[in-house]
Design a protein around this ligand. Structure first.
Ligand code: ADP
Ligand code: MG
Ligand code: ZN
Length: 628
């Protein structure tokens, strides 16, 4: 780079200016007296005149154009020590000087020194110079043929926002419950280890693999495991990291990332949250996003640019493949999609096994029970759950994690923090009836999940809770099961009605009723489980640019809408009738259970079933049988 004399001059000027002023201020050190040297005490002008008359004043220093005086005085009031006192002088006090001279007091005047001068000058001269200098530099850069326009704004240049791990230390055995995905990836590992065996037969190596699945299901973990198994470096960056305020930064980051990756091939490049850059171009509320599109284009270019056998494999993760730009999914880019789902019962079992390996578990802990109690938990949820249980164990000063700690942690994760129980009162009784209502309906319906426990200890928003052990296959639910769930959810309100009368029912059931309505509505509009017939009238949210559940586009006529409402109403009222009957028929055991619940605050599922079975027969649980 050639340095012109102009640049040198421009850049040295500010330093010269600063130097000059610093030097100036050192030349006149006494000027600082007014601010630094002055005693903390002050006195009024009148008092000063009195001091003068008493002959206590020894010396006067005038500052600030004669507006301020520092008076050195000595007197009994001052403890017979010479003290410096600050006095503000009135604007016109010419007679003062005469008086002072007459009293033969030492006077000295100091020139004004405006401390702000430096700052004023800095503001007026220094900053414009820096600014101009900066501009000159920018133009010089962009003038260079090598840079091109993209480099002009190089202040946004990427600062290596991707991470590089030489060894991830994670192997396939650390990832559980996602066997299909693992199989798919074993092939990738083979390629990374022995690329020649593939190229020998003319097989093209996949460049990109897209991992699709909800958060916490182990996508990042899988990608790391591939790198770990093949013992190649792991580069990772998050899609959101690409999208910056300045146009062009994202693209330059992509360039940097791939440059580094190629230097370190064979390796894995992991792009997390690729939907942040990779969503369909030219769409979106409020027009497209230039920066994002540029970044995406750069990514596509890079992926096309490197040949299949350079040994760089790009793995991207997203939880929404449906909104990705179709160009990304074309062959030669992310041509393989691997979905990683929330684990089922066996998956949870496997994941729990992995995560209990390095924890001290008491012998009464059955991993199977934990797995059964945690439907819908992702791998990350399970890992977190066990960690919570471990922390709780330490807090309880035990030396191994027992089922109590695990249970408490599950309750907390699912329903929130434990609150303090209500004191004995009418509302406690009402809540007890409400919960026992859920429990008895749940117990007596063949298709309902088994009751795990009933409790009056509040958690989160709930004042009391009835826990169920969910059946295994939550993805395939029969009509009878949904109906049973609707009835179970209605059990609380129904018990309130029967016991306290319809005028005394409370708002406590509002959440139950929401669930009831939504389940009944889905039976009609999504699952074809009503007399309207097997029609899908509403679909789950499909518009990626509105949040989930905001889909209100109806795919039916007004006439059908009325039919739907009628069907929903019919389902719910039918269930309600049945539930009322169950409550009325079992009033005796309900009263007994409520008394017990108020006394003990929690009733275990087994105790509950035992007591109920003394009064009536409990059907074999369908959902439960499947499990064993
Ligand atoms: P994602 O990237 O899908 O959001 P992660 O891979 O970051 O999820 O998972 C977070 C953590 O959860 C992991 O570090 C691991 O401890 C745990 N985890 C998630 N899925 C699994 C799994 N399938 N097997 C074992 N552990 C898992
Ligand atoms: Mg992740
Ligand atoms: Zn309820």
């Amino acid at each position: 780079m050639k340095v012109s004399w102009k640049t040198v001059l421009l850049w040295s000027l500010p330093f010269l200016v600063i130097g000059f002023f610093l030097w100036q201020s050192f030349l006149t050190p006494s000027n600082n007296d007014l601010n630094n040297n002055v005693a903390s005490s002050r006195m009024t002008y009148g008092r000063f005149l009195e001091y003068l008359d008493m002959g206590w004043v020894k010396r006067v220093d005038l500052y600030d154009n004669g507006h301020t005086a520092i008076v050195e005085a000595l007197g009994p009031e001052l403890g017979n020590r010479v003290q410096k006192i600050r006095v503000e002088l009135p604007p016109n006090a010419p007679e003062l000087i005469t008086k002072l001279r007459k009293a033969q007091i030492d006077i000295d005047a100091h020139p004004i020194k405006d401390n702000n001068a430096i700052w004023n000058l800095l503001g007026n001269v220094f900053f414009p110079i820096v600014f101009l200098g900066g501009l000159v530099l920018l133009f010089r850069r962009s003038g260079n043929a090598s840079g091109g326009p993209g480099q002009a704004m190089s202040f946004g240049k990427s600062k290596a926002l991707f991470q590089m791990e030489a060894k991830t230390g994670i192997v396939f055995n650390d990832v559980a419950g996602v066997d299909e995905a693992k199989e798919e990836f074993e092939e990738v590992v083979t390629f990374l280890k022995q690329p020649d065996s593939f190229t020998a037969v003319g097989a093209k190596i996949p460049k990109g693999v897209l991992l699709v699945g909800p958060p916490g299901t182990g996508k990042t973990l899988l990608a790391k495991a591939i790198a770990g198994e093949a013992s190649v470096p792991f580069f990772s960056i998050s899609g959101s990291e690409f999208v910056e305020m300045f146009v062009g930064v994202g693209a330059s980051r992509v360039r940097d990332l791939f440059k580094k990756a190629k230097e370190n091939a064979p390796c894995i490049v992991f792009i997390d949250e690729i939907d942040a850059v990779g969503r369909q171009r030219g769409t979106g509320v409020g027009g497209g996003n230039d920066e994002r599109e540029q970044t995406l284009n750069q990514l596509l270019t890079e992926m096309d640019g490197f040949e299949g056998n350079t040994g760089v494999i790009v793995i991207a993760a997203t939880n929404r493949a449906d909104i990705l730009d179709s160009a990304l999914l074309r062959p030669g880019r992310f041509d393989r999609q691997v979905s990683v789902d929330v684990p089922d019962l066996n998956g949870r079992l496997a994941i729990l096994k992995v995560h209990t390996k390095n924890k001290k578990m008491a012998s009464n802990v059955s991993i199977k029970t934990i797995a059964r109690r945690t439907p819908g938990f992702s791998g990350a949820d399970l890992a977190n759950l066990l960690n919570e249980a471990a922390i709780l164990t330490v807090r309880r000063q035990k030396d191994a994690i027992s089922i109590n700690e695990v249970d408490a942690s599950i309750d907390r994760v699912v329903a929130g923090m434990e609150g303090t129980p209500l004191t004995n009162s009418k509302s406690k009784r009402l809540i007890a009836y409400h919960e026992v209502g859920h429990a008895i309906v749940g117990t007596l319906l063949e298709d309902h999940d088994e009751v795990q426990k009933v409790t009056l200890i509040p958690r989160g928003q709930a004042k009391g809770l009835t826990w169920f052990i969910p059946g295994d296959d939550q993805s395939l639910v029969s009509r009878a099961q949904i109906k049973a769930r609707i009835m179970g959810a209605l059990g609380g309100r129904a018990a309130e009605e029967v016991v306290f009368g319809s005028t005394e029912v409370t708002t406590g059931a509002s959440n139950d009723l929401q669930q009831v309505t939504s389940m009944a509505r889905q039976m009609v509009t999504r699952f074809g489980m009503s007399s309207i017939g097997p029609l899908s009238l509403e679909s789950e949210d499909s518009n990626p640019f509105l949040g989930r559940g905001m889909n209100s586009s109806s795919e039916y006529s007004d006439e059908v809408a009325i039919k739907i409402d009628r069907q929903v109403y019919q389902i719910v009222s039918e269930c309600h009738e049945k539930v009322l009957r169950i409550i009325e028929d079992n009033r005796v055991v309900i009263d007994r259970l409520v008394d017990l619940l108020i006394e003990e605050e929690t009733i275990d599922g087994e105790v509950l079933a035992q007591i109920i079975s003394e009064y009536t027969s409990i059907p074999q649980k369908q959902a439960y049988i499947k499990l064993i």
